[in-house]
Write a protein that binds this ligand. Structure first.
Ligand SMILES: Nc1nc2c(c(=O)[nH]1)N[C@H]1C(S)=C(S)[C@@H](COP(=O)(O)OP(=O)(O)OC[C@H]3O[C@@H](n4cnc5c(=O)[nH]c(N)nc54)[C@H](O)[C@@H]3O)O[C@H]1N2
Ligand SMILES: Nc1nc2c(c(=O)[nH]1)N[C@H]1C(S)=C(S)[C@@H](COP(=O)(O)OP(=O)(O)OC[C@H]3O[C@@H](n4cnc5c(=O)[nH]c(N)nc54)[C@H](O)[C@@H]3O)O[C@H]1N2
Ligand SMILES: [Mo]
Length: 767
């Protein structure tokens, strides 16, 4: 087990300055390496050719939109990695499971667990031998049905969804769970963009982005906060590069200087590739403090009001869009009062930026006719994540930048279909209209009481109030704060069911009865009744499109998610009123039901996906229709600037947890983070030299990190290597998920419950 075990200390680990642009030959080389390492040369190569193409399948990576006319090589380095990881020829076989106890596997790294390859057969946990053993599909379902019914109360079970699940599978899952009798739907969105889904509806009446890809062609300024597209949504780089070449002002707010936001060489551009040239991306790069975004946005808005006063005094056109503000919004006076009451000294101290910098950003914004604001986890994963999102909405509303060409809000989603999962009903707070329609379409009474989200499920599992966990994809424990404790409590559950492609941390914390069910990936042929089926997904731009895999299933035992869900439903609900067999035999029938439950959004669903490019879901805010309680777009005031997670301890730092270039969430492809110059290691702390000097630390020193917990529990990460990095004072960064033992489960966004994984107060301790 040696260097593949939990110790992250690789003897080969090295740090090097990365001076090249993002993309380029390095990206091509990395793509080929990953394909080779996963033994996917044939499977992966064939599949890459049809990824994100009309008639092909949706990339299992990010949720960025596909262009209407796809480029001949419309895939990216990280899309290729995601696919190779799925299309690997490695298999976690019954022989592998027989040779490793669960206790042994628990000591292994996330990378090791997933590196065993695709789950080959259905497996059931055997406590006596502490191993997983093969089980027939039919017996697996019988066991699940018996245990679920034995719970007595449906609210004792939690039904998790991770965002790779198709619309069809997610819809069937929510119908099953509601017929079973609960609205307990923790999902990965709760870890992720929930502050957008909660904050935006209050502000603009819809919890989704308002832009289409075509808006990027018409915008004059692009502001991006807390997002690393070069790694996490690399197809966005093509759009960023085109904007940069068109002279669009690209303004970045990020504590780290992310290479792809600075310079990018498009692997598809022969001239850039051959001349080793690149396109500069950001025109303005502001290294805001971790957690300093609310202050920075308020600073920009405050400066904007000053510019507006000056324009009025000079009898020039107003900077604020007063026509829009008066006609469409509410709360402007309150916002103005809040900005007047917020002092520049406080804005500067919290944001780490100077007044002059924020005034410069405001000037760019004031001079742009149309602006897009985009954001990622740097905005949402805070105790004030929802407030952060609403401040961004305020900024857009001040200049009427919603509902006109080239302007709008562009939250960049995480998983490829996380947005679609919510659209088709994965929601613990179901709207009454949806439940009425479910009743009409399926003839059972869905439960009305709201259920548990991720935060509530974590609490219930830890408190022993939940007795069963069913996971449609994902890695619930690995993605959470306090993973050790959560793992211990998982091991006390009556039932765990994991519908998954690869082995992960959650699976090595089995409950009393635990099943691992191997699922097909999106890249694979889904044959039902002898007919290959299409699924659909929704991207960050609310485009719904069909996806059809072309690879042979990983093993003869792997099954499609809709089929697995249907069998669980039949086994658990002997008196079900849903014709599961018919639905699963033809996904067109599932889509007909989706249309019945969401008639406005999905009218003519099956006919509309005849066009492989798909269709756009109606977006009210884009039409300047505000589905808020007062029918207006609302300026929302966030009193104050930010929680200060560092409390009163002057030694403290705010730790943000980030993704490397070679991982997809808890799936760690390799230990390298090329653009940040980190090779063969992940146990590092990025910190600036001033903070190092203050603590007499040198490059390469090993330290322990400790959370300043407020609940009396000790949270530590041991033996972490100090790496000097250009990051603002008072901040530091480490990798997710290795740093999750530092993330306290109580530290959450106050409105959305999203863990504050981008602002953990810690101190550094000598070993
Ligand atoms: N290849 C790959 N693609 C992915 C994923 C992956 O892991 N790998 N994950 C998918 C998922 S589920 C998601 S949600 C997205 C995530 O994509 P991103 O939103 O890009 O996620 P992160 O890497 O967590 O953090 C983004 C950026 O926030 C910055 N940041 C950290 N703290 C702060 C802060 O306080 N303020 C500001 N302004 N910035 C801050 C970090 O420096 C980093 O550049 O990507 C999706 N796509
Ligand atoms: N500290 C910290 N914690 C974080 C974050 C952070 O930035 N910092 N980010 C958070 C975010 S944004 C998110 S979205 C969550 C992610 O949380 P999750 O979505 O729960 O986690 P993943 O790591 O994406 O899940 C990986 C597993 O999904 C399964 N899988 C992959 N593809 C498929 C498929 O097609 N079908 C099925 N059935 N299973 C599949 C595989 O078994 C794989 O092991 O983590 C959150 N946790
Ligand atoms: Mo996410």
């Amino acid at each position: 087990m040696s260097d593949e075990g939990v110790s992250l200390d690789h003897p080969r680990g090295r740090i090097e300055q990365y001076n090249a642009p993002a993309g380029g030959w390095g990206a091509l080389k990395a793509t080929l390496n990953i394909v080779a390492n996963q033994h996917t040369a044939t499977r992966g190569g064939v599949a890459l050719a049809t990824m994100n193409k009309p008639g092909g399948f949706d990339c299992p990576g990010c949720a960025w939109g596909d262009p209407a006319k796809p480029h001949i090589a419309e895939f990216c380095e990280n899309g290729a990695k995601a696919l190779s990881w799925e299309a690997t020829t490695l298999r976690a076989t019954p022989e592998f499971f027989a040779a490793h106890t669960v206790a042994q596997m628990r000591t292994m790294s996330d990378h090791w667990l997933e590196s065993q390859g695709r789950l080959a057969q259905p497996m059931m946990y055997d406590a006596a031998s502490d191993t997983y053993q093969p089980i027939e599909w039919s017996s697996a379902f019988t066991v699940i049905g018996e245990r679920l019914r034995a719970l007595g109360d449906p609210d004792l079970a939690d039904f998790y969804t991770s965002g790779r699940t198709s619309n069809e599978a997610a819809f069937l899952y929510q119908i099953f769970v509601r017929e079973f009798g609960t609205n307990n739907f923790p999902d990965c969105s709760n870890f992720c963009h929930e502050p957008s889904s909660v904050g935006m509806p209050e502000s603009i009446g819809i919890g989704k982005g308002t832009c289409l890809l075509e808006d990027f062609e018409h915008t004059d300024a692009f502001f991006t906060f807390g997002q690393n597209p070069g790694t996490n949504s690399p197809r966005m780089l093509t759009d960023l590069r085109e904007m940069a070449r068109r002279g669009v002002k690209i303004v970045v707010f990020n504590p780290l200087r992310e290479r792809a936001l600075e310079r990018f060489t498009a692997p598809q551009d022969p001239i850039e590739m051959l001349t080793l040239s690149s396109t500069p991306i950001a025109t303005h790069y502001y290294q805001v403090k971790v957690g300093g975004d609310a202050a920075a946005i308020k600073g920009i808005m405050k400066a904007l009001l000053v510019l507006d006063d000056a324009a009025m005094a000079a009898q020039q056109p107003r900077v604020l869009d007063m026509h829009f503000i008066e006609g469409h919004t509410s709360g402007f006076e309150e916002l103005k009062a809040d900005l007047d009451a917020t002092a520049w000294v406080d804005i500067e101290r919290h944001s780490g930026l100077t007044r002059a910098q924020l005034e410069a950003a405001a000037k760019i914004y004031a001079e742009a006719n149309a602006t897009i604001v985009s954001w990622g986890m740097g905005i949402t994963q805070h105790q004030c994540g929802t407030h952060n999102v609403q401040q961004l909405m305020n900024l857009l509303l001040l200049r009427g930048n919603i509902g006109r060409p080239g302007a709008g809000a562009a939250p960049v989603r995480g998983h490829s279909n996380v947005q679609g999962n919510r659209t088709v009903g994965i929601w613990e707070k179901p709207p009454a209209e949806m439940l009425d329609n479910i009743e009409k379409a399926f003839h059972f009474k869905p439960p009305r009481a709201h259920g548990r989200d991720t935060a509530a499920s974590q609490d219930a599992i830890i408190a022993g109030r939940s007795r069963a966990f069913i996971g449609l994809g994902g890695n619930f424990i690995g993605a959470s704060g306090d993973p050790e404790l959560l793992g211990e409590r998982f091991r006390e559950l009556e039932l765990c069911v994991h519908i998954a492609t690869k082995l992960n941390r959650t699976h090595v914390n089995p409950g009393k009865t635990t099943l691992l069910l191997p699922a097909l990936g999106h890249s694979e042929i889904d044959l039902q009744n002898g007919v290959p089926q299409r699924i659909t997904v929704e991207d960050s731009m609310s485009m719904v499109r069909p996806s059809q895999g072309g690879l042979e299933p990983a093993t003869p035992y792997t099954r499609a998610e809709p089929w697995i869900v249907a069998q669980i439903a039949k086994a658990s609900l002997p008196n079900t009123v849903v014709d599961w067999d018919a639905l699963v035999a033809d996904y067109d029938l599932v889509r007909d039901k989706i249309e019945m439950v969401y008639p406005k959004l999905f009218q003519g669903f099956n006919a509309r996906i005849a066009d492989p490019r798909g269709f756009h879901l109606y977006n009210t805010a884009r039409e300047r229709i505000w589905k808020t309680s007062n029918g207006k777009a609302n300026f929302k005031v966030f009193p104050g600037l930010n929680e200060d997670p560092r409390a009163a301890n002057p030694e403290a730092l705010t730790l943000t947890t980030i993704r490397s270039h070679d991982q997809f969430n808890t799936s760690i492809y390799s230990y390298t983070d090329r653009y940040r110059g980190v090779f063969d290691q992940r146990d590092v702390l990025f910190i600036n030299e001033a903070e190092m000097n203050k603590r007499q630390l040198k490059f390469g020193d090993r330290v322990n990190l400790r959370t300043l917990s407020t609940d009396g529990e000790t949270r530590q990460l041991l033996n972490i290597k100090i790496v000097p990095y250009k990051i603002p004072d008072g901040c530091c960064a480490a990798y997710f998920p290795e740093a999750n033992p530092l993330l306290p489960r109580y530290s959450r966004d106050s409105k959305a419950g999203t863990p504050a994984s981008k602002a953990i107060p810690i101190i550094i301790e000598r070993r």
